[in-house]
Design a binder for this molecule. Structure first.
Ligand SMILES: C[S@@+](CC[C@H](N)C(=O)[O-])C[C@H]1O[C@@H](n2cnc3c(N)ncnc32)[C@H](O)[C@@H]1O
Length: 309
């Protein structure tokens, strides 16, 4: 399906993130296949298993009958759930969490599309935070997993990330909504209580406020103790989140990747964190390499892992 994307010359950030995660999943199952663990794929925000590639808009004025023009959807491309099911060697289990019942119905269809994996697939129509915190509370001694957290916005809570990190068994790819966070950080520092609470829940501490809005130091005779200045920009917000991840996970990729819209504005940061302190180096090395490259440069799933070392 990727070829349809190339056909339209689309440099979609959606595809960009998926190409990178796919690459990691392929490397992961090849490494884990010889190890004495059950290894699973967990998708916290699974969607439907596909997403739609919009057709490029026709030139203005090019058509006499615009309403009857080009279909809106040019192609259906693999979403994260289908990508995970295609990975070889396969995972032992596929846990797809999706809050929307309608989307969960679409995910169910994957069981007939991948009949040999039907019994390995479970679809959880639940809130990702609730489900993941419960799942992570179980035993992880002989179990490993890759978790993909691909929310629309600020849905992932710090308590969830902490529960995931505490398993010491889960490698996590997370899309951090850097642009949405920046929009909440109003220039004058007067952030409504509800927004502050959301940011506290996401960052796991209220100190972000002092980092993003430090006090303006007044002169010796003219202190201005309550005045604040916004110093936060996309870079600082992303760095702060990555530093927060490093306080709970065994390892964190140093180079999160910025996903941009077609106008080049940052939307999300693709971050990576490792749970297992005994397997940090290899995982971080592979992830950092994946994050560093242009998506087109990434070798195919069946390519040698040596390319990533
Ligand atoms: C960006 S989409 C995921 C796309 C998917 N990873 C893919 O590649 O096709 C986010 C999904 O999360 C779902 N969602 C939103 N809030 C959720 C929550 N609290 N728990 C679980 N799923 C949620 C939405 O219904 C939506 O399908």
């Amino acid at each position: 399906m990727i070829s349809s994307l190339q056909q339209f010359g689309d440099k979609s950030w959606t595809q960009d993130k998926l190409v990178r995660v796919r690459k990691y999943l392929g490397a992961y199952t090849q490494i884990l296949r010889d190890r004495p663990f059950q290894f699973d794929y967990i998708d916290g925000f699974a969607g439907t298993g596909y997403h739609e590639l919009k057709a490029p808009e026709a030139d203005e004025g090019a058509s006499l009958y615009p309403a009857e023009d080009v279909p809106d959807v040019a192609a259906f491309l693999d979403g994260s759930a289908r990508i995970a099911l295609d990975i070889w060697p396969p995972f032992h289990k596929y846990i797809f969490i999706e809050k929307s019942p309608q989307k969960a119905v679409e995910l169910e269809k994957l069981k007939s599309e991948f009949p040999s994996k039907r019994d390995r697939i479970s679809i959880e129509t639940e809130d990702a935070n609730t489900y993941l915190q419960q799942l992570c509370g179980g035993s992880w001694q002989s179990r490993r997993a890759v978790l993909f957290l691909d929310p629309f916005g600020l849905q992932v809570t710090w308590d969830t990330l902490k529960a995931v990190a505490d398993t010491k068994a889960i490698d996590t790819w997370i899309l951090f909504p850097v642009s949405a966070v920046n929009r909440l950080l109003k220039r004058d520092g007067n952030i409504p209580a509800g927004w502050r609470r959301r940011l506290d829940i996401m960052f796991g501490e209220p100190e972000w406020y002092d980092v993003f809005f430090p006090k303006i130091s007044g002169g010796l005779f003219d202190p201005a103790p309550d005045e604040r200045e916004k110093v936060a920009d996309m870079d600082l917000i992303g760095e702060y989140f990555n530093r927060r991840l490093a306080t709970i996970f065994a390892g964190v990729a140093r180079n999160p990747y910025t996903l941009r819209n077609t106008r080049g504005s940052p939307l999300f940061l693709l971050c990576f964190a490792v749970g297992n302190p005994n397997a940090t180096d290899a995982a971080i090395r592979i992830a950092q390499d994946i994050l560093m490259r242009d998506a087109e440069e990434l070798p195919s799933q069946t390519g040698s892992l040596d390319n990533l070392r």
